[in-house]
Design a protein around this ligand. Structure first.
Ligand code: F3S
Length: 433
């Protein structure tokens, strides 16, 4: 049974109102189911309340957004007054918004409903960041901070790269956390559950985020939900590289935590990554493994006629948007192909100011925010074959939409959008030992 502090007991007993009491009730049930003996205090929640769904719409029509929040985000059927969030809370990615109106086969009604839900959520203090990459737009937890985040690619980035502590939460637990500032203290919140379990030794140097994505895809497939430790002369890694590495590892497996000794903050050394315990025999990653990942990600591409190119899964950084703009400068998309760049709203504003959005639009492509094809289950009308620079999107979208996929570099994807043809191929890797 979870042990509560006096403040938590008071919340449970209604001292802060019925909604907070319902939130504590949910957290107590959740903690007991997990076997957590205490709750962590948190001041950073990343969840979702605004994404439209048939169930949410029905609840909203019955009792407004408060009813939808009570049922979906607090697992409570009572009519509750939803107060302001108690701790800083942001909305992650959700459905497509205003900038998608009329440009894709996505229900206009969902855009309207989401805008209405945003008004409700923001009136309660939720920050509508509308992205799967809150860490790119100002939500940067500190080292060791307990946070309550959803979204597998964001969770693995928070744990491994930032050294924050979170499990992969859900809509209800983050809804309850936002009203109480608490989350069950188990799993990745506890130091003993963060040490490495597998050693993966690379003989290859990574060359950009495509390579990091393939490496992550390999690692996730091999370790599944465990905690890999990667060694080797991997070369530099920037935000986009580790964003793609983690997102891919969380897609082919369920990786929520990893270590790159000397680079990620929980692991100054290999020994520290394993908590001073036994270091397991290494799993090798070399040219053959890299090629196998590449072939697997390209195994459902048959037709070389590409109708749709997607860049920005996880949502594109400014650097990635700039690369797309430079690759499209003075070019025009094929009549038969669309190109969407997905990015957070806040970065879109900067890209507009830099002139990158205008360059991308002049070429006939689009910069879109808030969502992505996998999340909203939508692609341009008639899409049969798509191309992407994201291992995660190549993993999910073919199954979700029943389309073919090509996976390659950002520049190969832009080239496909301009020519309407896939001409990608795997560049040789740099072997460093
Ligand atoms: Fe983000 Fe969609 Fe990819 S939510 S991580 S762009 S699948």
């Amino acid at each position: 049974m979870v042990t509560l502090t006096d403040e938590e007991k008071a919340m449970r007993d209604g001292a802060e109102g019925d909604a907070v009491a319902a939130a504590m009730d949910l957290l107590i049930r959740y903690a007991d189911a997990l076997g957590a003996d205490v709750l962590c205090e948190t001041r950073n929640v990343a969840g979702t309340t605004t994404q439209p769904s048939p169930a949410k719409t029905k609840l909203m029509e019955e009792g407004g957004w408060a009813k939808a929040y009570a049922v979906i985000n607090l697992d409570c059927d009572d009519d509750l007054e939803i107060p302001d969030v108690k701790v800083p809370t942001c909305q992650l990615q959700h459905g497509f918004g205003e900038d998608a109106r009329g440009v894709m086969p996505y229900p206009e009604r969902n855009i309207d409903l989401q805008a209405d839900a945003e008004s409700f959520a923001s009136s309660r203090g939720i920050n509508i960041l509308a992205t799967c990459t809150p860490y790119q737009v100002g939500n940067l937890p500190t080292y060791g901070e307990h946070v309550a985040w959803m979204e597998s690619s964001a969770v693995v980035y928070a744990n491994a790269v930032l050294g924050a502590r979170t499990n992969c939460e859900g809509g209800a637990s983050t809804g309850a956390a936002s009203l109480t500032g608490r989350i069950p203290c188990w799993g990745n919140h506890r130091v003993e559950n963060r040490y490495g379990t597998h050693l993966v030794e690379s003989s290859l140097r990574m060359d950009g985020f495509q390579d990091w994505g393939m490496f992550g895809y390999f690692v996730g497939d091999v370790v599944q939900e465990a905690r890999p430790v990667m060694t080797g002369d991997l070369g530099p890694a920037d935000l986009a590289d580790l964003k793609h590495f983690g997102a891919a590892a969380a897609s082919s497996g369920g990786v929520e935590m990893y270590h790159l000794p000397g680079r990620t903050p929980d692991a100054p050394t290999v020994e520290a990554a394993f908590g001073g315990g036994r270091i397991p025999e290494p799993i090798s990653y070399g040219a053959a493994e890299r090629r196998a990942v590449y072939e697997s990600l390209n195994s459902i591409g048959e037709s070389e006629d590409v109708d749709f190119v997607l860049i920005g899964c996880p949502h594109a950084s400014l650097d990635q948007i700039g690369r797309v703009a430079r690759a499209l400068e003075g070019r025009r998309l094929s009549e038969s192909c669309e190109l969407w760049v997905m990015t957070p709203r806040a970065l879109r504003t900067v890209a507009d100011r830099n002139g990158w959005t205008a360059t991308i639009q002049r070429a006939g492509a689009r910069v879109l925010t808030d969502s992505c094809p996998a999340m909203s289950r939508v692609a341009p009308e008639g899409t049969r074959v798509f191309a992407t620079d994201s291992a995660k999107q190549a993993h999910y979208l073919p199954a979700i939409l029943g389309i073919e996929a090509w996976f390659g570099t950002l520049e190969e994807c832009v080239d496909a959008a301009v020519t309407g043809r896939w001409r990608g191929g795997l560049a040789p890797a740099e072997v460093v030992r």
